[in-house]
Each structure stands twice: as C-alpha cells, then as structure tokens.
Design a protein around this ligand. Sequence first.
Ligand code: TYM
Length: 327
Amino acid sequence: KKVIFSGMQPTGVITIGNYFGALKNWVKLHNEYNCLFCVVDMHSITTRQDPVKLRKSARELLALYIAAGLDPDENLIYYQSHVPEHAELSWILSCFTYMGELNRMTQFKEKSQKSELNLNAGLYTYPILMAADILLFKTDLVPVGNDQKQHLELARDIASRFNGIYGDTFTVPEPYIAKMGARIASLQEPTKKMSKSDENPNAYISLLDEPSVIRKKIKKAVTDSDALIAYTEEKAGIRNLIDIYCLSKDITTDEALEHFQGKGYGELKEQVADALIAELEPIQKRFKEILSDKAYLDGIILKNAESASRLAERVLRKVKKKVGYPQ
Ligand code: TYM
C-alpha cells in the first residue's frame, strides 16, 4: 500500500475549512493507503501559546480526527512532539534548504507582517519541519488544502536535492488537493480564505460550533446585491456557500445549481445551514464520547507514538549514515 501523511496544528479552533480542505479527504482516502495523521504541536509553538490551552487543544484535535471517522487502529494518529525523529530530520534537512527558498514562502511573508513582536526563527524554518514530517515516512501522497501547496513543493525540492547528492533516499511526495473545498472562503470577506485566526468569529465556522451558532453565522454570511444564485468568480460569497452545501451533501456543483434554480438567497442560506449541521452533528456527538474516555485516548497516544517512531527510525538511520554521522 502507498503511504499518506498529513497533519493539522492544534492551535485554537478547527474550522470547516480545515475539515473540507483536509480532514474529510483523509477519511475518504484512508482505506486505500497506509496513513499517518499527525497533530503537529511542534509547529504550533512558532506562535506564543498558553501551555495549558495547547495541551488541551492537542488532545481535542486527536479526538476530532477519530470522531471524523479515522480509526486509530487502522491509521497512525499521534502527536508530533512524541516522535523526536521529526526534530532530528528537520535539522538535517535545514542544511539542505536555501534561505532564498524560505524567503519565497508566501505564508512566512504574510505571517511575518502580522507578528512583528515574535518574528522567531521557528516561523522561518517551519516549512523545513513540515518537509521532515512528510519525508520521514516515505510518504507518497499528502492531502492538504490549497494554502499548503507551496510548502509541499519545497518538500519535494528538498527530497530531490538530497537524492541527487546521496542517491535514492527519500520518496518524493505528491500533493493531493481536491478540486472542491481546497479553499473554503471567509464568510465575511469571501475573497479571502477562511482562517481560524480571523479576529471576527463570524468569518469562520468551527467544527464544534453549536447548530444555532452555525445557523447564525451562515445567515450573516456576506453575499452580493443581486439575487441570482450562480457559480461565478464575481459571486465569491454565493460560490462559497454552494461549495459548503455540495461538500456537506457529497453532490456536484451542477446538482446543487439545479436544486437551487429559481430560489432566493434566504432559502439558500437556510439549506446550507441544514446540510452543514447534518454533516457536523454526528462528529460533534462522537467527539464528546471519545474525549470523555480518558483511558481509550491515552492508550492510542502511547501505542501510536511508538509505532510512528519505529517507522521513522528506519528512514532516519539511512539519512544519518549518508550524511556521515559517526556510527
Ligand atoms: P493548518 O493546521 O493551518 O491547516 C490544516 C489543513 O487545513 C487546510 N486548510 C484549508 N483548506 C481549505 N480551506 C481553508 N480555508 C483552509 N484552511 C486550512 C490546510 O491546507 C491544511 O491541509 N503546515 C500545516 C500543517 C502541517 C502539515 C505537515 C500538513 C505540518 N506538517 C505535513 C501536511 C503534511 C498547517 O499549518 O496546516
């Protein structure tokens, strides 16, 4: 079987952007691959975190992976910080990554504008750690949203460069970016992507928002001044709502457009909310059950970290030998 690796940061809430752009695709693909789904807590500390909150968010994200449908017996679900090989490989790869490449990362450029007070080196080398995550496990496929595409290209470049110098070592990973859902837009500024760090909570929907909150946020979603339901570039708000509808119902855009023909924005919003609530309610229910079973979660955490570590060690040993670390 081929290998899938992907991860999410346990920072703040998980949005329906994270869900439709990544998590839901993981659930769709997981049967056909050997999968590792990581809670990337080491990435999270590139911005200042409250330690109590970070620990809680990490555990909740792990529970959410399972609640969304990833069986922890079939998939390696674990915390990045529990597998020190990530950090070890990251250092080696940083010696094969050029500053010019990191300077070109658009996410770094955006973040560095926002975080003047804590412009740390981790924020800068973050894409190298992400490359290490992926390359540690001979990953073939990385299912992510559109905003991670550039990071993935860097991981491919680093892998190819290393292979070019030392001979075949890393598998060069392919991105998996679905056509629909790869960029769920902000509900308030639909030309921007939905982001959990948005100051306005009406701009995003958390996977754990109560149905009444979901309904309220969809109702407030920015649309446009004519009243025609169409799927065009200019109608970013409507297009985003149709995407959310299609993704919740697993139908195509054409099917949705036919369904909404002749209907108004009020009705569209009503039905988008219904569909999204129907999709998220079972996940929310399972999430609560899983989180309350402490022994179950603790067992998974320990067992999976050990398994991931054992797998990572195989690749890392080869890499260390190639670069000339003493044996
Ligand atoms: P993160 O935690 O920001 O986001 C997790 C996943 O959600 C996707 N995503 C979106 N998809 C569609 N629409 C949106 N509005 C939206 N917002 C976020 C992201 O593309 C991502 O797939 N660096 C990564 C985490 C990471 C990783 C990895 C991913 C670390 N190591 C190795 C894959 C492989 C990140 O910060 O994602």
